[in-house]
Ligand binder design. Sequence first.
Ligand SMILES: [Zn+2]
Length: 143
Amino acid sequence: MPTLISVCPSCDARNRIHPDRGTEARCGRCHSALFPREPFVLTEANASAQCAGDVPLLIDVWADWCGPCRAFAPIFEQAALRHAGRCRFAKLDSEAQPNLAGRWGIRSIPTLLLFRDGREIARQSGALPAPQLEAWLSSHGID
Ligand SMILES: [Zn+2]
């Protein structure tokens, strides 16, 4: 089975992982979990490193004042647990990171951005109920 490159959420190191053992994989440099049980925080400092790699990165763009964002958060966290090893999950606080949100043309929140190999491959505006989120992920090859 081919190996995949997965970026460490803690130190940005590029790790080579076996897809069937990805869930428990740890970073070769800093020994943090490559698929933490909670989504990690995306910032301007780590965004370009984190959007790279073979394992897709799903970003929840949110803000504290946004009711639909807060309602969607537990759905996103459940998806992070369910798809650990096959997709990576990050949160982008659009208030804390206005430059990044601006560069990606975020016009409404919540917005989901899906990256692979440094490129945006899908975008979804508006919160999705859990079944629709699962269907959306599946339509982009994430199961
Ligand atoms: Zn690391």
